[in-house]
Design a protein. Structure first.
Ligand code: SF4
Lengths: 622, 340
């Protein structure tokens, strides 16, 4: 316990880490509330991680459980990697939000509940037969019952808005209160409101009034016993300039950075699909970087346009989710036999088919690895955290340009929408990317379009427009020595082996697999890929702090694997592979390395909790 | 060869070293010859010429052209062409497609490339049959056609490519015949000169699987009676004696054939071809012998901004207004904070 030095300020209890979940109807503005709280928190120097969870329906009927939208933020004075297992604080704006979220709240946790929304109608829509505020439903928790609706109406009274319009500000009233509880500054939100509603001064001012009123309420009202005010001191982050970044933002910027680093135009072909559309939105804004975005008529057209652009000497990119990859499959196969650069970004979501569009999953790995006709090896990389999407986008482009091959970049809904504080890199520190084009002034005597670099096996990149290098490419098998169509059996064998060797050869050009924590020869290896990074890292560190001999291996290059991976995995007695699917990486590791790796699977559309991984470690270490 | 090179390109310069492998007598040979003969008149920059095709007999076309060529996947040629055009708007792109490639599996892309008006030429080889897969009925085959996949006669109603193109919002729609080099050559030039998507349907004979499918319209012996050669601003007259004409049936929006000199009909009563009139183009596109002559030439030409021009000018205008982007500035935009 620490006391503040200011005589008028309240005594704030110091906490290491707090998880807050804002939950309400999708019309209640919970995503905005959560992200504004996140901003203020980041500015205080906390480490943090967020997890928005919104319904699939665009406008689900108000007050129903399937219209509940949530935003969870975890912030701490130390480094954290996940949005937190269980909330310490739950803000429930209506009965449906209480119903769907209460079970997750920590016992003894704080619940802030808007009693104003607990009308008979809303209770019924949420499926309550009795009012949970009247029985002992909330008994295991600390409660702060407030009629937020009424307080908000009073706060914005002067603006003479209609009731409906006035009530829209109740999220800001709530934010004001929560900012007060955790000692965060209101100023960033006031500035943000000022910008967002610059053209609607009435809305701006009423929201600011509500925000301030919520804050003032905290300051002046007598809080019930057991409800303290808190502070979470700064985290010890490394020196540098930071920002909050979501995975999709980082991805869009990473692709743009790759375009700058290679001096090539970025051409995105994309078709709107959840959760990938925000990458298209972000890139569509960046015209001043010469970024060209093409919203195609379908997923196939999006991918094919990207391939056409690549042939023309641009970085062709297509962004999508699993169902979109399925449609692009034939075109990806074409890019493999054409041996042209192409970036396919798969922001995975729950499947199969349309599945769970707004929920996260890692179930496209086998599709990425094997989901094409013919022997069609593909380079695959995966981002581990929201900020890592920036770097893996650059890595995907690097490999694609150097090896003249499509590269698939896997992320998922959790990375796409989740945010973390991110130390902003300097462009000058990032290595340039080199695109090697054929030289029309220096045409090799034996020129043909499938002439290869003997080291990388990449074929020569001659783009239309270059005089003297005219050639024909296509989906039919090509002769190794001339690039002409060939149905020769031995040639097809050789070309298939060559395409495979080219991808396999990338292993020499990527970092050796290291342990994120622990070391070779420990008893247990926990092997992950993609967005499970945070949960696994934290769980393994906790287990190690208890003296367990367990290591965390996180794979970012999935095809090919780092050259030492098999040997590294072989040094452990046991290997477990947590994945948000029914066992995919585990299958590949078992078949590639003949090891008895065991899957730990969660297929709930939700990320792993740290505790779940800890339990798996316990179980396997015995 | 650079553009300043004084040596003129010839037909031979556009022929690749690959053996042409269509069946003997295929209409594609005639089209290839006319394209190779016409290109030297259109460009001296072979390296900027690109042929992109899908899948099918016609889609072999790029292999026989000594230009840049791309034999892509079934139905998707317009999408690769659009992407390539966005990467390098300087290129002169010809899309080669067939009735199956362009109006069955690739129907969606055809619709969208036409409505966007991407600056390229589409040559649609319409032979009313699937040749490469050995003779199944295609989306332009007539009802009743017996093929291996329709042994009792096709019950599918056919699509009219020119009408669909017009419906999709194409700004240039023309029609010609594979072996009519004297007509096809100038049509290629007109298509090439159009800034936007130029859609040229070529009636093509497949002697192996649909021999004579267009004979009722293209037979030289009867061509004068079965073909209407469209010319902008000229009355619609056809027939060996140049005495047949087209006019609107009084009180109806439909065409009728009239004979000049009969019932007091004079040239003044006839329709005058107006390339910019879309309603007229629809009427012309639907004509087919024996009821009507087939309309050949430019059915519709109404220039509109090309898609790629609009995309590029939007990018350029943004750079002019906002300045070229600086990545470090972008990364540091919005809320940031510094940890010492
Ligand atoms: S099958 Fe018909 S269209 Fe195809 S090459 Fe032979 S003749 Fe020509």
């Amino acid at each position: 316990m620490q006391t503040s030095t200011s005589p008028t300020a309240p005594v704030r209890e110091e906490l290491d880490a707090v998880v807050i979940r804002f939950a309400g109807d999708s019309g209640d503005g919970m995503q905005l509330t959560g992200s504004q709280f996140t901003h203020s928190t980041a500015l205080m120097g906390n480490d943090l991680a967020t997890f928005p969870d919104y319904p699939a329906e665009i406008r689900a009927p108000a007050g129903t459980t399937y219209g509940v939208s949530g935003f969870q933020v975890h912030f701490a004075s130390h480094d954290i990697m996940t949005p937190g297992d269980e909330p310490d604080v739950l803000v429930a704006m209506n009965p449906a939000a209480l119903k769907t979220n209460l079970a997750d709240l920590k016992r003894g946790g704080l619940i802030i509940v808007n009693t104003g929304a607990f009308t008979d109608g809303n209770l019924k829509k949420a499926g309550y037969t009795t009012n949970p505020l009247d029985d002992d439903t909330l008994a295991p928790y600390r409660e702060l019952r407030l009629d937020i609706s009424k307080h908000t109406l009073a706060a914005v009274e002067d603006f003479e808005l209609g009731t409906k319009e006035a009530l829209r500000s109740k999220n800001m009233w709530t934010l004001g209160l929560v900012l007060w509880l955790f000692g965060r500054d209101m100023q960033p939100t006031i500035e943000w409101l000022g910008q967002k509603f610059a053209k609607k001064p009435e809305i701006r001012d009423s929201n600011i009034a509500a925000l301030k009123a919520g804050n003032a309420y905290g300051e002046t009202a007598e809080m019930p016993s057991g409800i303290g005010v808190y502070q979470v001191p700064k985290a010890d982050l490394g020196a540098g300039t930071y920002r909050n970044i979501t995975g999709n933002e980082a991805l869009a910027w990473g692709l743009t950075a790759a375009s700058q680093l290679s001096d090539l135009r970025l051409v995105l072909g994309s078709y709107p699909i959840t959760p990938a559309s925000t990458v298209l939105h972000a890139l569509a804004k960046l015209k001043r970087f010469g970024v060209t975005t093409f919203q195609a008529e379908d997923e196939i057209a999006a991918c094919c346009a990207a391939i056409g652009a690549s042939w023309g000497g641009a970085i062709g990119v297509t962004t999508t989710s699993g169902p979109g990859v399925a449609l692009k499959t034939e075109a990806i196969g074409l890019a493999i036999i054409l041996e042209l650069p192409l970036i396919v970004v798969d922001i995975q979501r729950g499947g199969p088919s349309t599945g769970l569009p707004t929920k996260t999953e890692q179930s496209d790995l086998l599709q990425a690895m094997y989901g094409r006709n013919g022997d069609s090896p593909l380079a695959i990389v995966a981002a581990a955290t929201p900020g890592d999407c920036f770097f893996m986008a650059i890595e995907a482009v690097r490999l694609s340009l150097k090896y003249m091959t499509p590269v698939m970049l896997l992320t998922d809904g959790y990375l796409a929408n989740g945010a973390e504080p991110w130390r902003i890199p300097k462009m000058a520190d990032l290595p340039k990317l080199e695109a090697k084009f054929a030289d029309p002034d220096n045409i090799p005597e034996d020129y043909h379009p499938y002439l290869r670099n003997p080291e990388t096996l990449a074929r020569i990149w001659a783009k239309p427009g270059m005089p003297g290098l005219e050639h024909r490419i296509g989906g039919l098998e090509k002769h190794f020595d001339s690039g002409n169509i060939s149905y020769d059996p031995d040639n097809h064998h050789k070309m298939t082996k060559t395409r495979a060797a080219k991808i396999a050869g990338i292993a020499k050009d990527i970092p050796a697999q290291a342990c994120d924590s622990g070391e070779a020869g420990d008893t247990l290896a926990v092997v992950g890929w993609g967005s499970t990074y945070g949960s696994i890292a934290q769980a393994v560190r906790r287990a190690r702090s208890k003296g367990k001999k367990v290591a965390h291996i996180h794979i970012r290059h999935l095809s090919p694997f780092p050259a030492n991976l098999g040997e590294l995995l072989g040094s452990f007695d046991k290997v477990i592979v947590p994945e948000m699917n029914n066992g995919m990486l585990v299958k590949i590791l078992r078949s590639d390395f003949l090891i008895d790796a065991q899957g730990v699977n969660k297929i709930a559309g939700q990320p792993f909790k740290v505790a779940e991984i800890e339990a798996a470690i316990e179980q396997h270490l015995g | 060869m650079s553009p300043s090179d004084p040596i003129k390109l010839t037909r031979k310069d556009f022929a690749s070293d690959q053996d042409v492998r269509w069946c003997p007598g295929c209409g594609d040979y005639a089209i290839l010859a006319t394209v190779q003969r016409t290109l030297p008149e259109l460009t001296q920059e072979k390296e900027k010429t690109v042929f992109i095709s899908g899948i099918g007999c016609s889609s072999r076309f790029p292999y026989y052209m000594n230009t840049y060529g791309f034999h892509s996947i079934h139905g998707r040629a317009p999408t690769f062409a659009t992407g390539l055009k966005l990467a390098n708007p300087e290129l002169d792109i010809w899309v080669i497609s067939g009735d199956g490639d362009g109006f069955s599996i690739g129907g969606n892309h055809m619709l969208h490339v036409l409505r966007r008006n991407v600056n390229l030429q589409i040559l649609l080889f319409n032979n009313r049959i699937y040749g490469l897969t050995k003779g199944q009925y295609s989306p332009t085959s007539l009802v009743g056609l017996r093929t291996p996949s329709s042994p009792f006669g096709s019950v599918d109603r056919p699509v009219l490519p020119a009408s669909v193109a017009l419906g999709a919002g194409a700004r240039f729609v023309a029609r010609s015949v594979d072996t009519a080099a004297k007509h096809l050559g100038p049509m290629l030039k007109e298509a090439h000169a159009f800034r936007g998507t130029a859609f040229l349907e070529i009636m093509q004979n497949c002697p192996v699987f649909a021999d004579g499918t267009w004979l009722h319209a293209t037979d030289r012996a009867t061509a004068a009676e079965t073909q209407l050669m469209l010319e902008h601003g000229k009355p619609m007259i056809f027939g060996k004696e140049k005495n047949m004409g087209l006019r609107l049936r009084p009180k109806k929006l439909e065409l009728e054939i009239v004979k000049l000199g009969e019932n007091g009909v004079t040239e003044d009563d006839l329709l005058v071809h107006d390339e910019t009139n879309q309603a007229m183009a629809f009427l012309l596109a639907a004509m087919e012998p024996p009821t009507f002559p087939i309309a050949l030439g430019v059915l519709y030409r109404a220039p509109a901004p090309a898609y790629d021009d609009a995309v590029i000018s939007q990018i350029e205008a943004t750079i002019e207004k906002q300045g070229a982007g600086d990545m470090d500035t972008l990364l540091n935009s919005g809320h940031t904070w510094t940890v010492e």
